[in-house]
Design a protein around this ligand. Structure first.
Ligand code: ADP
Length: 246
């Protein structure tokens, strides 16, 4: 399970996260929604420690990293923590000079020290899972945006992370390509992958989320099941946000 406890993050004098606590049980999906600038991406990046929280605790399974204490966390602990996560970025970030297969193998070989044979076998399984076995030798420029993002998902899973993080995985895609990416995420949710997803696709959020968290101003304003948040929001700010985007 993933747990964040009273996480704060500032950039200089700008307070972006103001005491976030959340828990995602194993096998569950949490969707983060909220206005632009509310801190959703920063929160995701504080889960995989691409950003270091200013204070607070982050825990995945039995590894916990504490910020703002007497001593900063050790870099070895941060690296070990990060290996438990996989991230899917808005703009794919595939290596342009590597094929789909090589993109997926790269992390396990260079970061996790797996053999090329083992990494290739796992990469082939993952390409099959995202429906792209026939594109294994294609370069990113030869793939559509939707296909590139499906490779991005396979790559994020290549290290067998405990938690998958998605930062607006469909927002760079043409509308007709959104469905194929959401289909892969939907399948992962069914298979019991633990996921945290930032998205503006509210219908998708409703369908795939076990819990929806509405953030505003660096705080959790409201959380609950999709029905609770989308149909029976109790906070004025949530209601206004949902009215705006509908
Ligand atoms: P959201 O994902 O909800 O749109 P972000 O987490 O991207 O929000 O951004 C929240 C706030 O933090 C914004 O005001 C943004 O400008 C600021 N911010 C994000 N990253 C940095 C950074 N590296 N340095 C300074 N400010 C940042």
């Amino acid at each position: 399970m993933l747990a964040m406890t009273d996480v704060h993050k500032s950039f200089g004098t700008l307070q972006v996260l103001r005491g976030i606590s959340m828990e995602v049980p194993s096998g569950r999906t949490t969707v983060l929604i909220g206005p632009s600038g509310s801190g959703k991406t920063t929160l995701l990046r504080c889960i995989n420690l691409l950003e270091m929280p200013t204070s607070g605790k982050v825990r995945i399974e039995n590894k916990e990293v504490v910020f703002g204490g007497d001593a900063p966390p050790r870099s070895g602990d941060i690296l070990a923590f990060r290996k438990q996560t996989g991230m899917v970025f808005q703009a794919y970030h595939l290596f342009p000079h590597m094929t789909a297969l090589e993109n997926i193998m790269e992390g396990p070989v260079t970061v996790l020290g797996r053999s090329r044979k083992e990494a290739r076998e796992r990469a082939e399984e993952l390409l099959a899972k995202v429906g792209l076995s026939d594109k294994r030798d294609s370069y990113p420029r030869q793939l559509s945006g939707g296909q590139q993002q499906r490779v991005g998902i396979a790559r994020a899973m290549a290290g067998d992370p405990a938690v998958l993080l998605f930062d607006e995985p469909t927002s760079a895609l043409d509308p007709e390509l959104v469905g194929e990416v959401l289909g892969v995420v939907r399948q992962l949710a069914k298979e019991g992958m633990t996921m945290v997803i930032v998205t503006h696709e509210m219908n998708f959020a409703r369908e795939v989320a076990d819990e929806v968290i509405f953030m505003d101003g660096g705080m959790v304003v409201e959380k609950g099941t999709p029905q609770e948040v989308f149909d029976r929001a109790s906070q004025e700010r949530t209601v206004r946000f949902l009215q705006r985007i509908r």
